[in-house]
Design a protein around this ligand. Structure first.
Ligand code: UTP
Length: 294
């Protein structure tokens, strides 16, 4: 019987160099899409998928992230006094029960595989999810929930997959696919950031459901692409064991680890908000008219 997935790791210990100088003092995961930090979208998605324990792998300078999930007694008192119940409700969405959230340090940014390995003692012997908050996915049914449902059928390991333009394949973990069965693909091999001859243009996106065997594989994984310990390499070792499936999810993914992706997400999420849509739409149309004239 496939076990329920109740724990998720959020690796947020990267340096976020593509957003310097902002990330000198602001963690990338706290940067906001409209009015919610990236990490809030990730937590909401995890909750919808049934996750009960949230494990953050953090690093030096990520204090704002821990504060974000803390209570804010002074602010709450002030809002109560002014009878701002709507804002209190908004704040409430960020609350975490004590013991539901854990932080563990990755002392050096040695790669995503290493970050996940840092959380091994908090995972123990059960399947777990990994969510990268800089991959934001807008979907009717949240991406991880789609995967958890599919995982009930397959068990093993599962990675979110999406077709990317061929010239972008060197930036992703790329799948070599064996069988395609609707949204589910059986993986024959996977290669992290192929410099040439990618086996397909099906890329791994930042959502995973993994078995604890991945953690022991990470014990001995060698330094891989980019001089980092790669999660992809540990997952690839399970292809002939417990198996690895790719799940081609429904939804639109924004790569908020890049400036362009972040801006696109900001526009898309802004337009999706009733109270902002008309203003923003008017502004964007005006920009096009101006640029046509220019
Ligand atoms: P990225 O490859 O986007 O790296 O990591 P980064 O450091 O965040 O950003 P850039 O490339 O310098 O701009 C993907 C995810 O893996 C986490 C990051 O925090 C991000 O969520 N990560 C990466 C770690 O937790 N530890 C690492 O050593 C590397």
């Amino acid at each position: 019987m496939t076990r329920t997935v109740t724990k998720a790791i959020f690796p947020v210990a990267g340096l976020g160099t593509r957003f310097l100088p902002a990330t000198k003092s602001v963690p990338k995961e706290i940067m906001t899409l409209v009015d919610r930090p990236l990490v809030q979208y990730a937590i909401d998605e995890a909750r919808a998928a049934g996750i009960k324990e949230f494990i953050f792998v953090t690093s030096r300078g990520k204090g704002a992230l821990e504060d974000y999930f803390d209570t804010a007694p002074q602010l709450e008192e002030e809002l109560r006094r002014k009878n701002k119940t709507d804002l209190l409700k908004v704040l409430n969405e960020t609350a975490m029960e004590s013991g539901q959230i854990a932080y563990i340090r990755q002392h050096r940014a040695l790669g995503l595989g290493h970050a996940v390995w840092c959380a091994r003692r908090l995972i123990g012997d059960e399947p777990f999810a990994v969510i990268l908050p800089d991959d934001v996915i807008a979907a009717e049914k949240p991406c991880l929930q789609q995967m958890v449902e599919a995982y009930q059928e397959t068990g093993g390991n599962m990675v979110a997959a999406m077709q990317v333009p061929w010239d972008m394949t060197p930036s992703y973990g790329i799948l070599d696919v064996d069988q395609v069965n609707g949204k589910m693909v059986k993986i024959q091999d996977m290669v992290e950031k192929p410099a040439e001859n990618p086996p397909s243009n099906l890329a791994v996106i930042g959502r995973y459901i993994l078995t604890p065997k991945i953690l022991s594989a990470l014990d001995s994984v060698q330094i891989g692409a980019g001089g980092e310990y790669q999660l992809t390499d540990a997952i690839a070792q399970q292809i002939n064991g417990e198996g690895v499936h790719g799940y081609v999810f429904d939804g639109k993914r924004f790569d908020c680890g890049t400036k362009s992706g972040f801006l696109q997400a900001t526009v898309a999420f802004g337009l999706a908000r009733d109270e902002l849509h008309d203003d923003l739409d008017f502004f964007l149309r005006g920009l096009y008219v101006d640029s046509d004239m220019g």
